[in-house]
Design a protein around this ligand. Sequence first.
Ligand SMILES: [Zn+2]
Ligand SMILES: [Zn+2]
Length: 242
Amino acid sequence: MVTARKSTVPYPPDRVPAPPPRQPDPIIHAGQSIKDWLNHYWQKLNLPANELNRLAITQDRQEYMRWTGKRLQSMVLGCYCYLPAPRLPAHTSTRGRKPALTMPLPTFEEALQLHLPSHRHLIFIEPDMQPQSIEVTVAHELIHLADRVNGTPRRHRHHGYDSIAADEAAITGYGLEELRRLLHEESVRREGMRRQRRPIRYLYECPNCGKQYPRTRRYAQAVSCSKCDKTYNSRYRLALRV
Ligand SMILES: [Zn+2]
Ligand SMILES: [Zn+2]
């Protein structure tokens, strides 16, 4: 569908990321099984111990969106986000003064380094999944993390069929078919839950081609059929059927 005007933005625009303050230990807002799988796969992937205090995991979508400053689609079952170190303030406002941020001497304690700007690893894991899916999702997101730490981040070409899926199978011992089945089951389940919460109540139809547009809410403004015209066209204005 094409909206008549663009005054409303469908999703909140990206916000400033607000990750949790760093601590000596990783921040894990998640259940015990996630802690266990995290330890297990952190070791299996040979991830360096000094990246641990840059890690934060949550199972709360709202919290994750605050941390990353980005929207998390409701169908997403797991997510890894690499947050680069915030830039040090440039010394433009300092006239002749030395910048306030001087590097600590090597004798400073490790704990003090927690206050220095650093990159972060932010992970979301959907809580409402089968135990096997929780396990493989933790492994999956840690593969993204390992890629980043090794300086070779990969994008998905096809979930469940690409080189990331092959690595996931190798590290977890699950077969590729099994991983695809789990992914499919969780997606179907999640879609069903979403439908339950937001049932389709409205059916719109194009007066020209008859294409139907099921909606959970009414359109707030006039919309026209995108199949008949890419831009808004009042001739193809959608009509409410139910
Ligand atoms: Zn992924
Ligand atoms: Zn149409």
